[in-house]
Design a protein around this ligand. Structure first.
Ligand SMILES: Cc1cc2nc3c(=O)[nH]c(=O)nc-3n(C[C@H](O)[C@H](O)[C@H](O)COP(=O)(O)OP(=O)(O)OC[C@H]3O[C@@H](n4cnc5c(N)ncnc54)[C@H](O)[C@@H]3O)c2cc1C
Length: 461
């Protein structure tokens, strides 16, 4: 099935219209803080810096437009979860440190919603539950392990398992045997959130320059074709695009994620599916999917598709390849067969940043005045908010509960050079997809070993 629209950054901009471009950097400039990249990370950092110290001169330079990247393309899951490996963090931070991180992350949902409310940001925010569904016995085992794991690490208040009978009144997915429920999450329209946040940041006196690509940065100096910004503090907030900056090609791997959105669906489809609570919905496949029910009654489905482009290269304006679209439509029809007669209105994709250890980081080097945050591995809607608050404390030289969290100033080794990088990621996803096919076979009751092998291959597991 061919979607009506392909790329154009994302469906979320087809929904609200692309923004009117802001001015580019008018020439050389001076600031106290120069932020590179106007996605959630850059904008939250600007927001909290100005809240903490209104006199700071903060400038944001953005290659395209505010919200061009993953922040304007994502699945709209505001979950208060984040990408990490509890064990790896515990090695340095201990159990208490990991639990502090869980608490801080869970708090981001209320924090984001609170700022949206006080700033009048309409982002179709709806508080709801996350429902991660298992559709075969192998997935159900993985699900129970994940529930136990998250409850052990401090989420016993909000993560629990339900069986098929309890799931059915919430959501009807063929073959569902159980679900993990995560409370205190929200669904958002991501482009509306980033657009509103950019406007709120501007109201605090921050200048956002668009169409201004940073070509190099060194201590105190950010170079662009439009002029040089001199600033004592420079924050790199380019996440999945970071490989395009000098010296960073192998730091964070730009992993693709793609989505489709159906046309608005009629009442009889919703009667069949349920989903009255607008929960954010995913599955426990090894190559999992993530879905939302939008404000106007569409279903969006996201998944990995073709995972990575050789040489860390990027998509063109968010257009996914035909094979990725085919896979997403197959997931849509498998989980929601009632949607088969209806059109797919839009397909798009974007990149997210993946560090070699698959753990998000935020950091600041006082010697050079350079900070960074990212590597959120596809869980950045909440994490970017914690990153913005943490960078603010680090820049201002404060030692706080946030700056003591175990993800602060974590360093990891770079990714392998090509073609190893491409081979590794493609082999990993080939194994995850093979594991999913094996687990879907009748009579299979255990998770496939291929999934574990796939994760171990690139250091994810
Ligand atoms: C398809 C998709 C679905 C996702 N779904 C979810 C989800 O449902 N929930 C969740 O929590 N997370 C999700 N994520 C991840 C989340 O969207 C990101 O982690 C988050 O938006 C990252 O924000 P950011 O500001 O760090 O990066 P971005 O939003 O990518 O912003 C980086 C900005 O830097 C700019 N830039 C790049 N290079 C330069 C340069 N040289 N000079 C100047 N500017 C530059 C870019 O144009 C861009 O605007 C998803 C990601 C993708 C791609």
């Amino acid at each position: 099935m061919q979607p009506d629209h392909l790329g154009d950054v994302s469906f979320w901009y087809a929904d609200i219209g692309l923004p009117k471009p802001r001015a580019a950097l008018p020439g050389d400039a001076e600031a106290d803080v120069c932020i590179i990249g106007a996605g959630y990370t850059g904008l939250w950092s600007a927001w909290y810096l100005k809240q903490a110290q209104p006199s700071l001169r903060v400038v944001v330079v953005e290659k395209e437009f505010a919200g061009f990247g993953a922040s304007g393309r994502n699945g709209g899951w505001l979950t208060g979860g984040f990408a990490w490996n509890h064990g790896r963090y515990a090695e340095t931070a201990g159990t208490d440190g990991v639990r502090a991180m869980v608490r801080a992350m869970n708090g981001t949902v209320d924090e984001v919603i609170g700022v949206a409310e006080t700033q009048g940001i309409d982002a179709d925010i709806r508080r709801t539950e996350e429902l991660m569904v298992a559709v075969n016995p192998a997935q159900a085992i993985r699900l129970s392990e994940e529930v136990a794991h998250r409850r052990r690490w401090g989420e016993e208040e909000r993560v629990f398992e339900i069986g098929a009978d309890e799931l059915r009144p919430r959501l009807r997915i063929p073959g569902a045997v159980s679900a993990m429920v995560v409370t205190n999450v929200a669904r958002v329209q991501p482009a509306k959130l980033v657009r509103g946040l950019a406007a709120a940041v501007e109201r605090t006196g921050v200048s956002i320059y668009e169409g201004t690509a940073v070509t190099s940065l060194e201590a105190g100096r950010v170079a662009t074709p439009r002029g040089v910004v001199r600033a004592k503090v420079i924050l790199r907030c380019t996440e999945g695009f970071s490989a395009g900056l000098p010296g960073l090609r192998r730091d964070w791997l730009p992993l693709n994620s793609a989505q489709i959105a159906t046309e608005p669906l009629p009442a009889q489809v919703w009667d069949e599916i349920g989903w009255d609570g607008h929960q954010i919905v995913g599955d426990f496949a090894n190559a999992y999917c993530y879905c939302q029910r939008t404000r106007e009654g569409r279903i969006t489905v996201g998944a990995r598709g073709v995972p990575y482009r050789f040489g860390s290269s990027l998509d063109s304006n968010g257009a996914p390849d035909p094979e990725t679209v085919r896979r997403l439509v197959a997931i849509l029809h498998r989980h929601f067969p009632a949607t088969k007669p209806y059109r797919v209105a839009h397909a798009w994709c974007g990149v997210l940043g993946v560090p070699r250890d698959w753990c998000a980081t935020v950091g600041f080097d006082p010697a050079t005045g350079t900070g960074w945050a990212g590597g959120y591995v596809g869980v950045g809607v909440s994490t970017s908010n914690l990153a913005g608050r943490t960078l603010t404390d680090l820049v201002l030289g404060r030692t706080t509960d946030l700056t003591r969290l175990p993800w602060v100033n974590r360093r990891t080794r770079p990714w392998e050079p090509e073609p190893l990088r491409w081979l590794g990621v493609h082999a990993m996803y080939a194994l995850l997809n093979a594991a999913d096919r094996a687990e879907a076979r009748p009579g299979v009751t255990r998770p496939s070993w291929l999934g574990g092998l796939g994760n171990r291959l690139t250091g994810r597991g």
